[in-house]
Write a protein that binds this ligand. Structure first.
Ligand code: PLP
Length: 357
């Protein structure tokens, strides 16, 4: 297999894919595929419950939080969060650190007053505004931020302190290191980076925040519906949920999030270290806010971009093209991307720079 640096849908652990393949036609001697099971069957309910418990174990999620497996991706959460949490205040605070927070802000404005209380636009989104500079509102129902901006490669080095419940879009950095969930009112994350295949979105919500949706909120968009029905009010994306469960088992077998943190730190330090010292490649993000998961970089001469990508592809290093809105390159080095992939990428980059620098 090639090394896949895609930002999402991203690489999955090879062991997970192998197990899914082995169980594809006949799940544990039951004579059918997980895809063909009723979501109400005892076999499937066990798969779903085990996945939830493993996620709770990995992140140390307390019983005062509901864990939901929903559809609609993280983008649907851009609407569900304000629909459920803005309540009578109709006011929320948002931090703008790039394209994903901007999308969340735009959507939330459909439902109430959004105060953008801090923005890193003045640095072209290469920094995280220090919390001391935020002008939090007294009447905000919640504070929303994007801990890891997948496109810009900007990651918060701190968890904000807020009086209002803290809401975070952890789509591209969940499970990359330990996280104190008790600091948050709500966490959401599209699956297709560190959780599993596309088609599912995990929401971790403090139970006291359930039941705040107004009467006009559709049943399917009310968190309480899903919390009261174990995310099976309707037919869930059963196969994605099963694969997420295999990923959670794999993470446990790796040593959990403490082990992932060590590996991810090493991977990121190696790659940024090489880029900074190369004189040929560069990354614009302030060092303390550099993402461990998404590493954008540009070549000194962008007329070489096409050649870089074609040669990388031929060398089995896939999906290094930067987001269409920013160009350049981006290496996404999520949990399932092994350190050997980063080593191979650096070796390729060195060789390329030597030949073209
Ligand atoms: N938020 C972040 C930080 C993302 O990286 C993405 C997708 O890449 C999204 C939201 C949107 O997720 P989805 O495509 O699941 O709606």
């Amino acid at each position: 297999r090639a090394f896949n640096f895609c930002a999402g849908p991203a690489a999955l652990p090879e062991e997970v894919l192998a197990q899914a393949a082995a169980e594809m036609l006949d799940y544990q001697g039951r004579g059918l595929s997980v895809m063909e099971m009723s979501h109400r069957s005892s076999d499937y309910v066990a798969i779903a419950e085990t996945a939830e418990q493993d996620l709770r174990d990995l992140l140390g999620i307390g019983d005062d939080y509901a864990v939901l497996f929903l559809q609609g991706g993280a983008s649907q959460q851009f609407a569900m969060v304000p629909m459920n949490l803005m309540g009578n205040q109709g006011v929320a605070d948002y931090i703008n650190t790039g394209q994903w927070s901007a999308k969340a802000i735009k959507e939330a404005r459909r439902f109430g007053d959004v105060n953008v209380v801090a923005s890193s636009e003045d640095t072209r989104f290469t920094t995280v505004p220090p919390q001391a500079s935020w002008q939090l509102s007294d009447n905000a129902a919640y504070v929303h931020y994007t801990p890891n901006e997948t496109i810009g490669g900007v990651e918060y080095s701190f968890i904000p302190e807020t009086r209002a419940p803290l809401v975070a879009d952890f789509s591209s950095s969940i499970l990359s290191r330990p996280l104190d969930v008790s600091r948050f009112g709500l966490i959401y994350a599209g699956a297709q980076k560190n959780i599993g295949p596309a088609g599912i979105c995990v929401v971790i919500v403090r139970r006291d925040l359930l039941g705040r949706a107004g009467p006009g909120v559709p049943t399917m968009l009310d968190y309480r519906t899903h919390a009261e029905n174990d995310s099976m009010y309707n037919t869930p994306p059963t196969y994605s949920w099963y694969l997420a469960g295999l990923v959670f088992k794999w993470l446990k077998a790796q040593g959990g999030l403490v082990a992932m943190e060590q590996t991810n730190r090493r991977k990121a330090e190696k790659l940024y270290g090489y880029i900074d010292g190369s004189g040929f490649y560069s990354n614009p993000v302030e060092p303390i806010s550099r993402s461990w998961m998404n590493v954008p970089f540009v070549l000194a001469d962008d007329s070489l971009d096409k050649r870089f990508l074609a040669e990388a592809d031929a060398a089995g290093l896939l999906n290094l093209k930067g987001h269409r809105s920013v160009g350049g390159m981006r290496a996404s080095i999520y949990n399932a991307v092994p350190e050997a992939a980063v080593d191979a990428l650096i070796a390729f980059m060195k060789d390329f720079a030597q030949r073209h620098g």
